[in-house]
Design a protein around this ligand. Structure first.
Ligand SMILES: NC(=O)c1ccc[n+]([C@@H]2O[C@H](COP(=O)([O-])OP(=O)(O)OC[C@H]3O[C@@H](n4cnc5c(N)ncnc54)[C@H](OP(=O)(O)O)[C@@H]3O)[C@@H](O)[C@H]2O)c1
Length: 246
């Protein structure tokens, strides 16, 4: 039986991945901040799919990666797949100066907590033959804009770390690395926002991510058509780009 750890599993894409992996028979270790979301999810997955599901309520803003690793290993007996899905953005305010606390929160949840968790699991990932390390980035990280300034920077940093993990794991018989520059998803993160492009359902995103398990894909767009959009945005000359409200 495969063993998967999902960080940010109680909602949106993380929850869709938990369901999909449970349906495939994976035993799961799920992390999010609220036990009231995690406990019913674990019960539901156990009943529907007959898998073992252990949860840990932990705030990534005050992450203890050693504790997550210890609890996951004790529950699962090892790890094949580590999926770092949690993210935190505040597009309404993340433009120009924001409070130091908000800068710290966005950098911690999107970048440093993620690095701490991956770092804690590197010994397992190095030996997880057939396993996967999956990261959730964002198209917001591809070209810096006056919106999502700190969020975009944190996700770009995360992308860099995953690139390094891919290189570190490449000469080992361990996990393979897949990092996604995600476009809009139909989740609470974009609730109420007017979006310029269609949003992908989290179930469809989860299906695509699981379909790529085992592949050494590195960084890719999800959905793929965002490649064209972001390539065109990157090609816009600065004299025009600086006037655009995007
Ligand atoms: N939605 C989009 O349009 C979009 C676009 C581009 C990239 N992304 C990225 O895609 C990933 C998934 O997004 P999503 O829309 O599915 O997110 P979501 O619906 O907001 O769910 C986020 C998950 O992360 C957990 N989480 C957030 N902050 C946490 C914290 N401090 N401690 C512990 N857990 C925490 C949440 O649990 P709690 O509620 O318990 O905190 C939840 O389970 C994120 O990395 C996001 O940045 C999303």
């Amino acid at each position: 039986m495969k063993r998967s750890v999902i960080i940010g599993a109680s909602a949106g894409l993380g929850r869709a991945l938990a369901e999909r992996l449970a349906a495939l028979g994976h035993n799961l270790f799920l992390v999010a901040s609220d036990q009231r979301d995690l406990a019913p999810l674990a019960g539901d997955l156990t009943i529907r799919f007959g898998v073992d599901v252990t949860v840990l309520a932990a705030d990534l803003y005050r992450v203890d990666a050693g504790l997550i690793r210890e609890r996951a290993l004790s529950a699962l007996g090892g790890v094949d797949n580590l999926l770092l899905i949690a993210g935190f953005s505040a597009p309404a305010i993340d433009r120009g100066a924001i409070t130091p606390e908000m800068v710290d929160r966005m950098i911690t949840i999107n970048l440093s907590a993620m690095i701490q968790v991956v770092n804690a699991f590197l010994p397992e990932l190095a030996n997880a033959q057939g396993g996967n390390l999956v990261g959730a980035g964002s198209v917001a990280a591809v070209r810096g804009r006056r919106s999502n300034m700190v969020y975009g920077a944190a996700k770009r940093g995360l992308e860099g770390y995953f690139e390094s993990c891919r290189h570190w794991l490449a000469n080992k018989a361990g996990a393979r690395v897949q990092f996604y520059r995600l476009g809009y998803l139909e989740t609470q993160m974009v609730f109420g926002q007017k979006l310029p492009f269609p949003a992908l359902h989290p179930d469809a995103a989860a299906a695509a991510i699981v379909a790529h398990f085992g592949q050494d894909t590195g960084t890719r767009y999800l959905p793929r058509w965002w490649w064209l959009v972001m390539t065109l945005i990157r090609l816009i000359p600065w004299v025009i780009f600086k006037r655009l409200e995007i």
